[in-house]
Design a protein around this ligand. Structure first.
Ligand code: ADP
Ligand code: G6P
Length: 476
């Protein structure tokens, strides 16, 4: 696919379910906190001179002055709220997006259709279509993100045509796209495909996800013709492409120059001066393979008892989607496993496992990445996994080892330089961890160079620039 240049004159309208700030209620007052997750992290690299980011603030706020204060905070981030009532938002977000689409996209079968949630999903996509089309001006670039808004491109196209506005529409998927036979398990699979095919261009993180999507359109949607990376449908041609998502490398690599981060690094280095530290950072999500990680670590401790008092796994599990039953069950399972490992291996002097089930500040996150000898990521499936890249960016001095599940999108690109394993095989996980902690300096250096080259080349700024360049080119 030819590369283009986004014109700095073209305004960009971003539409995503999650905004860079999320609103939470605390004893009757509303607070905004930075959102976590790969989508928000990737879009922080947006360098378009002029953009507006529309999304759901995470909660219903009816009080007028509270709404105004939320709107003011969002405006500082070029963002604006698409307000939804709580029941509708819950049915769209938890009921359909997270209970039906999320598992299906991550190669799980057996989801149960919920007509009420599907109604809400359609309704929320309609509301977004109204908001985005009303805000859009002729010539704006529109960039829709992720599975919560699969129907939006088609709905938008109709509205924009009626309003006589010519705005190219791009769509980026931040999750895997499963194989057609699994996608068929979602009863409304064809309506979802038709929705997203309202885009001019659709971006995926890896070739595998793109291929699966093309395959699903080819086999499941009547009237489509797939040729090379193009889908001919409804008398239009929809482009698809792989766009490698990344991070703001310098933000993480330069973090140790910040006074707060540096003093925290020193404290942690003193605290763990005789230990090797393994870091894990994941949303509390069943796709992240946390039980597998804990099980693999338990086996590692049993197979290498001499190392139990010399290593510590610091696992941050950021609370996520806590209203969904599967996530509640996961939390209970993880807490139990943590208790079992600590109960068996902790001594009054040392515990090999430190479990943090809450969000941490950027300074704390950067310090923890920096002082760790290895980063352990065990996803059963993962669209990309930006934590892997963030760890690499914080390791210029230490040159630590990345121990990475082969089922992350990141593994496709970081294979040279990281230790890959299958998370379902807890022994291979334990072996990879042992290899990481005993690797000699020269091998670490060589591996680190490979990782660093990739992460410095494929930044979030490059991702946004490349995608918007393609989208801008389609207008001409
Ligand atoms: P996912 O998108 O599935 O959560 P990723 O690994 O791609 O997985 O992205 C997770 C992102 O969330 C990373 O950029 C990470 O830095 C960020 N993150 C983790 N903890 C926090 C936190 N406490 N506050 C804000 N962002 C966080
Ligand atoms: C993944 C999804 C994003 C989502 C993020 C955090 O990265 O692809 O769309 O924003 O997880 O999840 P949340 O449900 O909190 O938005």
């Amino acid at each position: 696919m030819a590369s283009g240049n986004a014109s700095s004159k073209q305004r960009v309208i971003i539409a995503s379910n999650r905004l860079p700030l999320s609103v939470k209620e605390n004893n009757g007052t509303y607070e905004t906190t930075p959102s976590s997750g790969g989508l928000v992290s990737a879009l922080r690299g947006l360098q378009a001179a002029d953009y507006l980011w529309l999304g759901w603030p995470g909660i219903e706020v009816n009080d007028k002055s509270a709404r105004e204060s939320v709107n003011a905070s969002l405006a500082k981030e070029n963002a604006a709220a698409v307000w939804l009532d709580q029941k509708l938002a819950t049915d769209h977000y938890n009921g359909f997006s997270n209970a039906i689409l999320w598992p299906s996209l991550h190669y799980q079968s057996g989801v149960v259709m919920d007509d009420n949630a599907w109604e809400a999903y359609q309704r929320v996509n309609e509301i977004f279509a109204d908001e985005v089309s009303n805000k859009a001006k002729d010539g704006d670039l529109i960039w829709v993100h992720d599975y919560h808004l699969f129907l939006l491109p088609r709905l938008l196209r109709k509205r924009l045509q009626a309003q006589n506005k010519r705005c190219p529409i791009g769509f980026s998927l931040h999750t895997p796209f499963t194989v057609d036979d699994f996608w068929r398990g979602v009863p409304v699979h064809d309506q979802l495909l038709e929705g997203v095919l309202g885009s001019d261009i659709i971006g995926f993180h890896t070739d595998e996800y793109k291929k699966n999507f093309l395959g699903a359109c080819d086999t499941l949607l009547d009237g489509t013709r797939v040729e090379n990376d193009q889908i001919h449908y409804d008398n239009r041609v929809v482009e698809t492409g792989k766009f490698i998502v990344g991070i703001d490398y310098r933000k993480f690599a330069d973090a140790s120059g910040d006074h707060e981060v540096l003093s925290r690094i020193k404290e942690l280095e003193t605290l763990y001066k005789d230990k090797q530290v393994i870091i894990g950072v994941d949303r509390m999500d069943y796709t992240k393979g946390l039980p597998e990680k804990l099980d693999g670590f338990r086996i590692f401790l049993e197979e290498h008892p001499d190392m139990a008092n010399k290593v510590v796994l610091i696992q941050i599990a950021v609370p996520s989607r806590e209203d969904v039953k599967e996530y509640q069950d996961l939390e209970a399972q993880v807490s139990k496993l943590v208790g079992q490992i600590s109960g068996k291996h902790a001594t009054p002097h040392h515990s090999p496992l430190l479990y943090i089930h809450r969000s941490v500040s950027f300074a704390e996150l950067a310090a923890l990445y920096s002082i760790s000898d290895a980063c352990l990521l065990t996803s059963r499936r993962d669209g990309m996994n930006l934590v892997a890249s963030e760890y690499v960016a914080c390791q210029e001095a230490r040159q630590g080892v990345l121990v990475l599940s082969e089922f992350t999108g990141a593994a496709t690109f970081l294979k040279p330089g990281s230790l890959l394993f299958n998370p379902s095989n807890t022994h291979s996980l334990s072996d990879a961890l042992y290899k990481a902690l005993t690797m000699d300096k020269e091998e670490r250096r060589r591996n680190y160079e490979e990782l660093r080259n990739f992460v410095t080349t494929n930044t979030s700024a490059k991702w946004t620039e490349t995608f918007l360049g393609e989208l801008g080119r389609l207008k001409n």
